[in-house]
Design a protein around this ligand. Structure first.
Ligand SMILES: O=C(O)CCC(=O)C(=O)O
Ligand SMILES: [Fe+2]
Length: 348
């Protein structure tokens, strides 16, 4: 594996991250900019039961106040998640040279590699990922020429289940914003055929000195919504800004069995005219290998998302110009965390 290739991919794991000591390329000096706190008391991340009769109201409140929440009673069978987890283990346990056969090509965010946000940070992440949009069959054939179908079947099964959950959550969010059932279908996210999904399988290898490395640097997601499955090991943290309770802090997201974490991304912040919080998050590392899968939901590539007219009525003027998902991703690739400022409507 050439150093050139790994530098471009922003991954570096010659022996599956078994370094004798942490190389300077992976050693972050500024991980304690804000204290890390436990999710307790007023910092307890909302947990929402999808069978709750007050679901719409609770989802709206969590999206506004937190931009992240945990869902239970989501209807996806534990066996489906166990199968996904086994396939993720199988994928990341492959030798580095095999995984590099499906490395992300320049300008293409599908396949094996680092995360696009890494390019804005001077250090490498303690992370390797595999991004899937549509069928993974071409890549799976290169990874396991003699047995690729089990991976594809499990991904297809999970994709189906998570897509219908994603649609359900997006609808609940739109209803909580005051969009009527009838108007829902005219939105760029109105039904499942209009929603586009990308799936990221993430591996955060164990590290003997986890306080000096970072799994994913602080970022918001570009999508409307992300649904994250975690293998029972926590690591995700969300930023809670200074308030009456405490100064700005990183709140640990617990890994609760049989739940998912839901994050609000930039596009939902735009659609809600700034009402929903696009949560800044990062992933820390521990002495245990962590696996996660993040599924991102947004509109089809040519659909523009802008503040919904129901919200941006007479009394509330739109804060953002409409933008497509790829359009926003392009702006983010240049401006990173200043991307939304670039589409903000100047009130003057
Ligand atoms: O691994 C996680 O918990 C979160 C992953 C994430 O933030 C992402 O893939 O954008
Ligand atoms: Fe993320």
């Amino acid at each position: 594996m050439s150093l050139h290739t790994t530098r471009k991919l922003k991954i570096h794991q010659p022996e599956n991250f078994e370094f004798d000591s942490i190389p300077d390329s992976h050693s972050w000096g500024n991980l304690h900019d804000h204290p890390s706190v436990e999710p307790i008391g007023p910092d307890a991340i909302p947990v929402i039961d999808l069978n709750d009769p007050k679901l719409i109201e609770k989802i709206g409140k969590a999206c506004e106040e937190w931009g992240v929440f945990i869902i239970r009673n989501h209807g996806i069978e534990p066996e489906v998640l166990n199968r996904l987890c086994s396939q993720m283990h199988r994928l990341f346990a492959l030798p580095a040279e095999v995984k590099l056969k499906v490395a992300k090509a320049e300008g293409n965010d599908v396949g094996y590699g680092g995360t696009p946000v890494s390019h804005f940070f001077p250090k490498f992440s303690w992370f390797e990922g595999f991004a899937i949009v549509g069928s993974p069959v071409d890549h799976a054939q290169k990874l396991w020429p003699d047995d690729y179908s089990s991976f594809c079947e499990v991904i297809e099964e999970y994709n189906k289940a998570i897509n219908s959950l994603g649609c359900r959550l997006i609808h609940a969010m739109l209803l909580s914003l005051g969009v009527s059932e009838e108007a829902l279908h005219q939105t760029p996210l109105g039904d499942s055929s209009k929603i586009k999904t990308a799936m990221h399988l993430n591996s955060y290898p164990a590290c003997t000195n986890p306080d000096r490395v970072l799994g994913l640097p602080p970022h918001t997601d570009s999508a409307c919504v992300a649904i994250v499955y975690q293998n029972g090991v926590s690591g995700l943290q969300v930023l809670r800004c200074k308030d009456d309770i405490a100064p700005t802090r990183w709140v640990r997201v617990p890994a609760v069995p049989d739940t998912f974490v839901v994050n609000i991304g930039d596009l939902m912040h735009v659609l809600s005219n700034g009402r929903f919080h696009n949560v800044l998050h990062r992933v820390t590392i521990s002495k245990t290998n962590r696996l996660s899968s993040a599924c991102f939901f947004g509109p089809q590539a040519d659909e523009k998302v802008g503040p919904h007219s129901k919200l941006a009525g007479l009394e509330e003027s739109p804060l953002y110009r409409p933008v497509t998902w790829p359009g926003l991703q392009k702006i983010r690739s240049m401006l990173h965390d200043k991307a939304l400022q670039a589409i903000k409507i100047d009130s003057n």
